[in-house]
Design a binder for this molecule. Structure first.
Ligand SMILES: CC(C)(COP(=O)(O)OP(=O)(O)OC[C@H]1O[C@@H](n2cnc3c(N)ncnc32)[C@H](O)[C@@H]1OP(=O)(O)O)[C@@H](O)C(=O)NCCC(=O)NCCS
Length: 176
């Protein structure tokens, strides 16, 4: 696990709203975002208009400027049952940085650390799940540096993924 990345400024997470739809659609067209998630339509206009209890859709801001998107779901209650039959005690995260000029500057690490703390703030959450594409080896490295470990290959729709997970105890131990 890495120490907190030194980044120039402060990261803030705020709820995404319908007003963010144009920005999210623009980010969706960036090659690095397409490469990481080529088959999903996030249907922003509809999804941002609703706030189910099992989901948080968040905009990550650096010094007040939006730089990335984060989704945290409770896979047991998520309505499409994307993760299949999952018991309680899990969260699943999706993340991307919007503009390529903001990649590789430590922002993703800072955002993920916030996101992980946010998930484990609920004492019932034991495990965080991620579903990077098999070929997204840079994302694997990024997640593994944070303490996630690969747990197996799994196909979701048209996507072949290398599922990663992080256990609460491992994360808390790394922070001691
Ligand atoms: C993965 C991601 C959120 C990491 O955020 P970041 O701010 O770029 O990451 P940091 O600067 O904190 O850490 C750098 C690491 O991020 C990863 N990374 C950087 N650019 C990346 C890219 N285009 N795609 C995937 N991972 C990338 C690499 O592991 C990199 O380390 P490396 O330089 O040793 O290869 C960001 O790169 C991104 O949005 N990538 C495209 C979308 C994506 O792959 N999301 C994950 C889908 S599961």
């Amino acid at each position: 696990m890495t120490a907190e990345s030194p980044i120039p400024g402060s990261i803030n997470l705020r709820p995404a709203t319908l007003a963010d739809a144009p920005l999210l659609r623009r980010w969706d067209e960036q090659p690095h975002v397409v490469a990481s998630d080529p088959n999903d339509d996030w249907d922003w206009e509809n999804e941002l208009a609703r706030t189910p209890e099992w989901r948080e859709q968040l905009i990550a801001e650096l010094n007040g400027e939006p730089i990335g998107f984060l989704q945290i779901i409770d896979p047991a209650r998520e309505d499409s049952h994307y993760w299949g039959e999952v018991g309680p005690g899990f969260r699943a995260i999706d993340i991307w940085i919007g503009d390529a000029s903001n990649l590789g500057r430590g922002y993703g690490t800072a955002i993920m650390r916030r996101a992980i703390d946010r998930c484990f703030a609920d004492k019932n959450v034991r495990t965080i799940l991620l579903d990077p594409l098999i070929e997204n080896v840079r994302a694997h490295r990024f997640y593994q540096r944070l303490g996630f470990r690969p747990v197996g290959l799994r196909r979701f729709g048209q996507d072949n993924c290398l599922v990663h997970q992080l256990e609460r105890e491992y994360w808390k131990r790394g922070k001691e």
